[in-house]
Ligand binder design. Structure first.
Ligand code: HEC
Ligand code: HEC
Ligand code: HEC
Ligand code: HEC
Ligand code: HEC
Length: 173
């Protein structure tokens, strides 16, 4: 039976198709790495120009494996009362009132079978954040895609250039 005949005899199939199709589009929009929409339009430039450092919000970026994204308590440290008339700022307090964390989506990531450590690169390797993440201090919009592809080739390119060891097991544990 061809598709049209199939649909004529089983119209509910079309319903299924629409249901999954729409679901896929909706979920596709928020899955990590796929051009996600962040829960609010966070602006890096405003905060860096007000004297904050990267580690104020990404506590693990120098000393740990994961840089981490900030919990809502960090934001509330300054935004419990309005500082601006921005509706984006108001969203922080709305999340707080409903007892929720702000559900940030991590965009730059490696698969679970790959070991990557910020401490190794930033503290021991002396690399600047911008080498891998670009000029975050001038960003006024959330990150939508990784600045530098974090694929195996992406890692190798820099390791070759800087003559860092090549053992498969260093990155795959
Ligand atoms: C006041 C808190 C705050 C400060 C200070 C801050 N960030 Fe962020 N950062 C965030 C939030 C919130 C997000 C998630 C939303 C977004 O992408 O803007 C984020 C996202 C990021 C991401 C994207 C991570 C990903 O998933 O791909 C990078 C990279 C980053 N920040 C680097 C930096 C660097 C470098 C600095 C210092 C120059 C810095 N941040 C300072 C709050 C902060
Ligand atoms: C150390 C204090 C401090 C912390 C912590 C802080 N902010 Fe802010 N935030 C500010 C200041 C200062 C401004 C700018 C006010 C102005 O424009 O005069 C601002 C402005 C904003 C604005 C509105 C302006 C714009 O351009 O978007 C938003 C939204 C915002 N912050 C979100 C956040 C979020 C989300 C966090 C937590 C990840 C956070 N802030 C943490 C101090 C802080
Ligand atoms: C050598 C490249 C490199 C450098 C340098 C680097 N990062 Fe990253 N960053 C990555 C990779 C790769 C990931 C994804 C890691 C993962 O999935 O565990 C990442 C993820 C992140 C994230 C997402 C949240 C998380 O927990 O991982 C933030 C935020 C971040 N980096 C901030 C920073 C800051 C701030 C600096 C500078 C102090 C920095 N990074 C330096 C490569 C780098
Ligand atoms: C911009 C350059 C750069 C990029 C991109 C980069 N690295 Fe590195 N990496 C370094 C440097 C430099 C060192 C050496 C650090 C030191 O001196 O300890 C290093 C060291 C390492 C080590 C330790 C090696 C050993 O001998 O034990 C691992 C593991 C590693 N990187 C994984 C990764 C992974 C995974 C990626 C990609 C997701 C990546 N790196 C991307 C520059 C980079
Ligand atoms: C510098 C870090 C690094 C080293 C060294 C490295 N890899 Fe990878 N590898 C990665 C990253 C990051 C990914 C995930 C991103 C991607 O698929 O490109 C990956 C993915 C893979 C995958 C999975 C591909 C897939 O489709 O999911 C295989 C298989 C693999 N590596 C084999 C190897 C072998 C074999 C070696 C040694 C010759 C090696 N890797 C050395 C970083 C590394």
């Amino acid at each position: 039976m061809d598709l049209v005949a199939e649909l004529k005899s089983k119209p509910w199939l079309l319903g299924f198709g629409l249901f999954f199709g729409l679901g896929f589009l909706l979920i596709g929009g928020v899955l990590p790495g796929r051009n996600p929409t962040q829960p609010l339009r966070y602006n890096h430039a405003v905060h860096i120009s007000n004297g904050m450092t990267c580690e104020d919000c990404h506590a693990g970026a120098r000393g740990n494996e994961k840089a981490t994204l900030p919990g809502i308590d960090i934001c509330l440290g300054c935004h419990r009362e309005p500082l601006t008339k921005s509706p984006e700022e108001e969203k922080i307090r709305a999340f707080a009132r409903s007892g929720q964390e702000i559900p940030w989506v991590q965009v730059t990531r490696v698969p679970r079978h790959v070991y990557f450590s910020h401490r190794r690169h930033v503290t021991l390797g002396g690399l600047k954040c911008a080498e891998c993440h670009g000029p975050m201090e001038t960003r006024t919009e959330p990150v939508r895609r990784p600045f530098r592809p974090m694929t195996m080739n992406g890692c190798m390119e820099c390791h070759e250039h800087r003559k860092v060891s090549y053992d498969c097991n260093d990155c795959h544990r």
